[in-house]
Structure formats: structure tokens, C-alpha cells
Unconditional design. Structure first.
Ligand code: TYD
Length: 222
């Protein structure tokens, strides 16, 4: 049994996920009075930060090793941070989750999608988000937003990033009950409003703690 609410943000590098998570976390903490935990993958735990550094700032990693390391990061993240937070009733916002593995390791690296998904499913004992927000942006636009040197994944090339984008869009279209697609090319405040609206529309019932988030939009689960 869990009492918390689990929301993941997905999309390419540079789509603005971390900014939107910070904005949403403030709104939700203020308006629901609940504990809001923000985290990310890879690197939401101490072990995860070691794995993140190997994945992004080390040498070559073969595709299957890469898939296993992301899954290991996720297994530890879920077991030690996400599940305990959900059990105590927190709202958990994560910057990336299992869908990133399907988009990057299957879509991008061309490993079989069902196997990559199964690996993450095993790693997380089947934990899925209540809601996944896809901040969609063409990779060539995202690349212009990047600051600093590209990491190992960002260096993977234009075709790779086109495939990951398409994989995200396909997954979102296949499961509209869990996903909401948001155009991340809009101004930051407009994206933030779409994010708030999606969260209220889908999750107001499960987030209410005596007081519902007072954000415009239809309230209640579809
Ligand atoms: P992220 O921290 O979102 O990078 P950035 O801040 O540059 O957007 O994610 C790190 C990289 O790891 C990103 O390129 C996506 C990739 N990734 C995968 O390939 N598979 C995964 O399962 C996850 C969680 C991330």
C-alpha cells in the first residue's frame, strides 16, 4: 500500500525538466501542505551519483552495460528513496524514470524495447508513476539551450536523439492514461501552467490533504 503520489518528468536533454520540477514542487508544497520530494535519475542516491559519473563522464560503456547501470541506479533509487517517501505519503517528483531507459537504451541504442522495459520493471518491482509529463522539444532546439561541454549521452549524435524523441512520443501516445504531452518550446511560464494544469486535472483527488491545490482546471481523475 502506498499513500504518496509519484510523478515523473521525461524528455530530451535541455527540455527544461529540472526548472519545471522546481516550480511545481514549490506550488505543490504551498498548496497541498504535503511533503514534496524532488529527485532524479541517474544520481538520486549516493550510489546513483557514482553510477551517474561512470555513465556520463567516464569512458566507453557498451549498450547492455549501459542499460544495466541505469537499471541498477533505478533499483537502488526506488528501494531506498522513492518507495519510502511514497509510504510516508510524500509527493515524489522525479527528473527521469524508466521511460528514459526505453527511449534511450531501446530507441537510441536499439536494444529490444520489451527487454529494456522488463529489466526496469524487475529493478523497480513494477513501480510505475501515477503521472508522466513529457516535455517535448526537437533535439536541435534543445542543443542550442545546452551550457557547458556535452556529456557522453549528449555526444551520441543527432539520429540517436531523434530516435529517443520519437520513442518518448510513441510511448506517450500508447498510454494516454499515464502520460501528458507538453510542448516545451513554449515560454517557461506557459509550460509551467500546462504542468500545473495536468497535475491538478489528473491527481487533485490523490493530492488533497484537507485542501485542494487552488489551480484552475478540471478537478478529479478522468
Ligand atoms: P539528465 O540528468 O536528465 O541529463 P541532463 O541534465 O543533461 O538533461 O540525464 C542524464 C542522461 O542520461 C541523459 O542524456 C539521459 C540519459 N538517460 C538514459 O540514457 N537512460 C536512463 O534510464 C536515464 C534515467 C537517463
Amino acid at each position: 500500500m502506498r499513500n504518496g503520489v509519484f510523478i515523473s518528468f521525461e524528455g530530451g536533454d535541455g527540455a527544461g525538466k529540472s526548472t519545471q520540477i522546481a516550480l511545481l514542487a514549490n506550488v505543490l508544497a504551498e498548496r497541498t501542505g504535503r511533503d514534496v520530494v524532488t529527485t532524479r535519475e541517474p544520481g538520486g542516491t549516493a550510489l546513483g551519483r557514482t553510477l551517474r559519473s561512470a555513465l556520463l563522464h567516464g569512458g566507453e560503456v557498451s549498450p547492455r552495460a549501459e542499460a544495466l547501470i541505469y537499471a541498477a541506479d533505478r533499483a537502488h533509487h526506488v528501494a531506498t528513496l522513492i518507495r519510502p517517501a511514497l509510504a510516508r505519503g510524500a509527493i515524489v517528483l522525479t527528473d527521469r524514470y524508466l521511460d528514459s531507459s526505453v527511449a534511450y537504451q531501446a530507441g537510441g541504442r536499439a536494444l529490444p524495447a520489451s527487454e529494456v522495459e522488463q529489466l526496469s520493471s524487475w529493478a523497480t518491482e513494477g513501480l510505475l508513476p501515477d503521472l508522466t509529463l513529457l516535455l517535448d522539444l526537437p533535439p536541435e532546439v534543445a542543443a542550442t539551450r545546452r551550457e557547458g561541454p556535452a556529456d557522453r549521452m549528449e555526444r551520441a549524435g543527432a539520429d540517436f536523439h531523434q530516435r529517443t524523441r520519437q520513442a518518448f512520443l510513441d510511448r506517450a501516445a500508447a498510454d494516454p492514461g499515464r502520460w501528458v504531452l507538453i510542448d516545451a518550446g513554449q515560454p517557461l511560464a506557459v509550460v509551467a501552467e500546462h504542468v500545473r494544469h495536468a497535475v491538478v486535472e489528473r491527481l487533485a483527488d490523490s493530492m488533497a490533504a484537507g485542501q485542494e491545490p487552488s489551480v484552475s482546471g478540471r478537478v478529479g481523475r478522468p
